[in-house]
Design a protein around this ligand. Structure first.
Ligand code: MG
Length: 243
């Protein structure tokens, strides 16, 4: 019995070896399906299969929560928060996406901490990736630029200065829910800030409230939402690819 047990792995190894020897290189080549051909963008412009949400010519893809036309200012190809008009939402709704978004905090520095260039990008209208002027502007770490607000601080601070254009490149995976309205799979996010990895497949714990811990709120596809936090932060060149 013992001898038989000892022989078994040896025989298995021999069988695999013989099988591998009989294989050809092409036996492990995959030709179908073939990845779709996408023409990459030039210098940050959208690739050929992107859904463009802001190209600088109009605000047609955006609205306020009540469905009225976006009242943020469109100037020089960028959309700027108009204080007190409220958050803007895309008309389209998304699940998992690759998102490219460029932002600029005001060149005239006013305020400090959370009051400097504050805005935010809410994935599925729900989970805030913080936008803030975090250049020589200390605030709580899980509330600085690139944080998942009040949850996960960025790995590093890759912020450029006030008035400079910056970019987030985001990979976001939408959650699924159990019938009991808990996460079956959490949302996950990866973020590059100005080309630097700052969120590495980060598990999102739930909503991102100002006060209190994250909550789990069941949802389906949702709009991309940009925050009016009373600071004239600007956005441009926004596009997504659905995953
Ligand atoms: Mg914010």
């Amino acid at each position: 019995m013992k001898v038989r047990l000892l022989l078994l792995p040896i025989l298995c190894t021999m069988a695999v070896t013989i099988w591998a020897q009989e294989m050809k290189p092409e036996d492990t080549e995959v030709w179908n399906p073939e990845p779709a051909i996408v023409t990459p963008g030039q210098m940050g412009s959208p690739p050929s299969d992107a859904i463009v949400l802001l190209d600088g010519s109009n605000l047609d893809e955006w609205q306020h929560e009540d469905g009225s036309a976006a009242k943020w200012q469109l100037e020089d190809g960028a959309m700027t928060v108009v204080k007190g008009t409220g958050d803007v939402f895309t008309k389209k709704e998304f699940g998992s996406v690759q998102l490219h978004i460029e932002f600029r905090t005001p060149s005239v520095v006013e305020g400090e901490g959370q009051g400097r260039g504050n805005s935010g990008i809410f994935l599925q209208g729900t989970y805030e990736l913080q936008v803030l002027d975090s250049y020589e502007n200390r605030t709580y770490s899980n509330g600085q630029a690139g944080s998942i607000y009040k949850q996960t601080m960025p790995l590093v601070n890759a912020s450029k200065g006030p008035g400079e254009w910056q970019v987030y490149d985001i990979i976001y995976h939408a959650p699924t829910f159990t019938s009991g309205r808990e996460f079956e799979t959490h949302p996950y996010i990866t973020v590059f800030h100005n080309g630097v990895l700052i969120q590495d497949h980060t598990k999102i714990q739930g909503t991102t409230p100002f006060i209190g811990p994250p909550q789990v709120r069941q949802h389906g596809k949702g709009p991309l939402r940009l925050q009016d936090h009373n600071n004239p932060t600007s956005f441009r060149n926004i596009w997504v690819r659905e995953l």
